[in-house]
Design a protein around this ligand. Structure first.
Ligand code: SAM
Length: 383
């Protein structure tokens, strides 16, 4: 196995694959192909450390084992059985297969896990004479299988739990945004760390925290203690530590960005402050209680970028109320901050488009995105 040219795929939210691809390109300099909810590229073992530590928009990074077409479950067994696993799993390590299945089949994802698991055991036993252990709870090596219609994709998880679990969220807002989506919004908005930014409905402050980490060049995964690659036999703990130490040196914690966060509820604002403290960027964000529909309650000054994740009206408010909130919010922005760029994510797209029309605000760009299981849209507007 040529370790300097491994094939990888990495998952992200559906709708921001282009943003994730651009990020991978800039981090490791590889050509990147876009697929649904993931990107694929080539790289070396060192790129596993860099991507897991530095990527802001990726969820999990996998070493691709195979991508093949199949017709039956037996074909899946044959494809998986033909692969060599000795370079990635040690004889005394345990493994698990995690499968996902999309499309109509006469078998379940559990069937896929079962036959692929058997194929891994059989292939390994033939090559080494040793029978690998299965551990579904805490495997040393996790192999992912995606069956989409008649295509099979297999990969080794180098990340473990998704990278959107940054490790700084001590206050869990009931409608929190995934940090990876917040980071994608920051990139989509065109905001640069030298420019001013306000999240006027900040909740647990995910957007301002991601902005502050970006502005100071802080690794988003700095607060995570575990990565699946630490157990992979091709990875080297000393090399990983060296990469991590080098990345720590790139932080610029004396940089003071112009980042503001506001919420009308003290409970959420205090939660946001706690999260920012945990992320080590409390001093980089100015927090203020205030109502985003009232221009006089905004912090002083002009903000070149407003980036926000408002209520969608799905839980507490009926949709009608959310339409009014959006309209009043846009009116307040026009009064307080004309000339700024607004980047907003909402699942109540129609309500937002109506509010923009009523307030004469032009939508410059829109894209559909999956916010977890919820179809949402990101809009970019000039105020
Ligand atoms: C979807 S949540 C934001 C979640 C946040 N992005 C996070 O990751 O934790 C929306 C927030 O908007 C706040 N909000 C609702 N109406 C507001 C208003 N008129 N002015 C300011 N904040 C408001 C709510 O209190 C809530 O915290």
């Amino acid at each position: 196995m040529a370790m300097n040219r491994l094939c990888f795929f990495a998952t992200t939210s559906i709708g921001v694959e282009d943003v994730a691809a651009e990020e991978v390109r800039s981090l490791i300099g590889s050509d990147v192909k876009l697929e649904v909810g993931r990107v694929s590229f080539k790289g070396g073992v060192g790129d596993i450390y860099v991507l897991n530590l530095k990527a802001r928009t990726l969820h999990k990074v996998y070493i691709q084992l195979v991508k093949a077409d199949f017709k039956t479950l037996d074909d899946i067994y044959r494809v998986a059985r033909s692969l060599d696993y000795t370079w990635i799993i040690d004889g005394d390590q345990s493994f698990a297969i995690r499968s996902e299945r999309i499309g109509g089949h006469c078998f379940t994802s559990m069937d896929v896990s079962r036959v692929v698991g058997q194929a891994v055991i059989d292939s390994y036993q033939e090559a080494t004479g040793r029978r690998l252990r299965v551990d579904l709870e805490q495997p040393d090596v996790e192999i992912y299988c995606l069956v989409r219609n008649y295509s099979l994709l297999m990969g080794v998880n180098t990340t473990g739990e998704s990278l959107h679990k940054r490790g700084y969220r001590v206050y869990d807002h009931p409608a929190a945004l995934k940090p990876t989506i917040a980071a994608a919004m920051l990139k989509i908005s065109g905001w640069r760390p030298g420019e001013s930014l306000l999240d006027p409905m900040c909740g647990g402050a995910t957007i301002p925290i991601e902005a502050a980490l970006m502005a100071r060049g802080v690794m988003p995964s700095k607060f995570r203690s575990s990565f699946a690659f630490l157990k992979l036999k091709i990875c080297d703990l000393q090399e990983f530590k060296a990469v991590r130490d080098k990345l720590l040196m790139e932080e610029n914690c004396s940089f003071n960005p112009e980042i503001y966060a506001m919420d009308k509820l003290q409970k959420h604002l205090s939660g946001g402050v706690k999260n920012a403290e945990e992320a080590g960027v409390k001093d980089a964000i100015k927090f203020k209680i205030g109502d985003a529909t009232k221009p006089e309650e905004y912090p002083n000054g002009f903000f070149s970028h407003i980036i926000v994740n408002p209520p969608y009206g799905l839980r507490a408010h009926p949709k009608e109320g959310v339409g009014r909130l959006y309209e009043e919010f846009l009116k307040a922005l026009k009064a307080k901050n004309p000339g700024s760029t607004l980047t907003i994510i909402t699942a109540a797209s129609k309500r937002f488009r109506e509010a923009a029309e009523k307030t004469n605000i032009t939508i410059m760009e829109r894209r559909k995105i999956m916010h977890g299981d919820l179809p949402a849209e990101i809009f970019t507007c000039k105020i």
